[in-house]
Design a protein around this ligand. Structure first.
Ligand SMILES: NC(=O)C1=CN([C@@H]2O[C@H](COP(=O)(O)OP(=O)(O)OC[C@H]3O[C@@H](n4cnc5c(N)ncnc54)[C@H](OP(=O)(O)O)[C@@H]3O)[C@@H](O)[C@H]2O)C=CC1
Ligand SMILES: CC(C)CCC[C@@H](C)[C@H]1CC[C@H]2C3=C(CC[C@]12C)[C@@]1(C)CCC(=O)[C@@H](C)[C@@H]1CC3
Length: 376
């Protein structure tokens, strides 16, 4: 068995079909139109998510690093791997199929990891969705001319809602994808993460859109409301705290980051009808806004700053109550800032217990399914 350094969910190279070109957000400020030709994958336009930008930054730092990319779409995963190997030929980049919204897929992927590796040093939990976003244009323009403008632009508060759906396992999709699938993964990989005399880091891509008001312990999956994304990210912050409480003694340290506002597939989907030239025109406005709120990191490279910074920290030095924010100044310089989260230990523990109960239920369901398929 090999030793793995970094394991990551959701870092695939993004290809977008239809809708025309998109920014290759990793390359400086410039708009780069890069058609992807048919290679058995989607035919679309290249766009990098924060996960892939992080992989490149990690390999720039340590070219011989062992990476394992866990992606739901293997075609995109292979494109990501090829891109990484082109820029870093010495890199060891493994691939794994993983759909964080599916219990079966998570359990299967975890089994595979346990076969391949004996130890994990870093587990980046980056996969995330914001499905069917509804952008409230009226609230946005009202907000722009109010005293809340900076907060609105930094957190998206009050201007975004989403329409969630249900997964095949009967869970709310945003909860399952952004939170529960990752929770189950950590639980399954505990033996690799908690090794005697070894420390490991679990690093969650959370958001400044994580609002306590969107989350309820009575409805952890957010079946009732219209802010499933915000709720899942707040739950992420709570879960990270609970993991620290339960597993620090065993050498596992959990942290959360916010990448700021980054132009990726996730954010483009907020204004799908917005033509590309308008995004281009909006860039100078975004750079201007950055003078007042350094949360407009805009590129995946900048957004990955806090993820990259955490890679270089000793886990014991990190604060379980802080979220580490990627920030970019008006001049384009990156830095990170820890900000205290709006979380408390009791709520974190209550959520943790609810997740354990849900885990128990889904495991029993999986067992019944396995037994039934054995009988057939
Ligand atoms: N962009 C932004 O402004 C901000 C982003 N974030 C967070 O950053 C993270 C990365 O997002 P970003 O890079 O912006 O967006 P992208 O959409 O580019 O990346 C999201 C990644 O998650 C993967 N993913 C989604 N669902 C699943 C699933 N069920 N199983 C496995 N992988 C999945 C996607 O895979 P696939 O290629 O198959 O779609 C993709 O690789 C997310 O957690 C997001 O919430 C937080 C704050 C701000
Ligand atoms: C030119 C247009 C009229 C300008 C529209 C801007 C908005 C689309 C963005 C302004 C602030 C952005 C933002 C997010 C999405 C896009 C905006 C609303 C997020 C909510 C994306 C996901 C996150 O996790 C948050 C941290 C982002 C906060 C800022």
């Amino acid at each position: 068995m090999e030793e793995a350094a970094v394991w990551m969910t959701g870092p695939s190279a993004q290809t977008m079909t239809g809708g025309g070109g998109r920014i290759d957000a990793a390359i400086g400020w410039e708009r780069l139109w890069r058609p992807i030709t048919a290679r058995g994958c989607d035919v679309g336009w290249d766009i990098r998510g924060i996960g892939l930008a992080l992989c490149e930054r990690l390999l720039d730092e340590e070219p011989g690093l062992q990476l394992c990319l866990a992606c739901r779409n293997m075609c995109r995963a292979q494109e990501a791997r090829a891109a990484l190997l082109t820029s870093h030929p010495r890199a060891q980049v493994g691939l794994l199929q993983l759909d964080t919204s599916s219990v079966t897929s998570v359990l299967k992927a975890a089994q595979e990891v346990k076969l391949r590796y004996s130890q994990l040093d870093y587990l980046y939990l980056n996969a995330g969705i914001m499905p069917n976003p509804q952008f409230d244009v009226k609230a946005f323009f009202k907000g722009v001319f109010s005293s809340k403008v900076v907060n609105m632009l930094a957190t998206g508060e009050g201007i975004l809602t989403q329409k969630d759906s249900t997964t095949a396992d009967g869970m709310q999709e945003v909860f399952a994808t952004n939170l529960f699938g990752h929770f189950l993964l950590v639980r399954e990989l505990e033996s690799l993460l908690c090794q005697p005399g070894h420390t490991s880091q679990v690093i969650w891509t959370s958001s400044s859109n994580a609002h306590q008001s969107a989350f309820s312990l009575e409805d952890i999956q957010h079946q009732q409301g219209t802010h499933p994304y915000s709720s899942s990210k707040y739950a992420t912050d709570l879960l990270s705290l609970a993991l620290n409480t339960h597993l620090n003694k065993q050498g596992l340290y959990s942290s959360v980051i916010c990448p700021g506002f980054v132009m990726t597939k996730l954010t483009y989907a907020i204004l799908p009808a917005f033509p590309d030239f308008l995004w281009t025109l909006a860039m100078p406005i975004f750079w201007f806004i950055r003078m007042f709120t350094n949360t407009f990191t805009l590129t995946s490279y900048n957004g990955a700053e806090a993820l990259f910074w955490l890679f270089k920290q000793t886990p014991e030095s990190l604060d379980a109550y802080s979220k580490y924010h990627s920030l970019t100044s008006g001049r384009g310089a990156n830095h990170i800032q820890p900000r205290k989260m709006d979380v408390d230990e009791d709520t974190a523990e209550a959520l943790y217990q609810k997740l354990l109960e849900l885990e128990d239920q889904v495991r029993k369901k999986e067992e019944r399914r396995d037994n039934a398929s054995l009988l057939l």
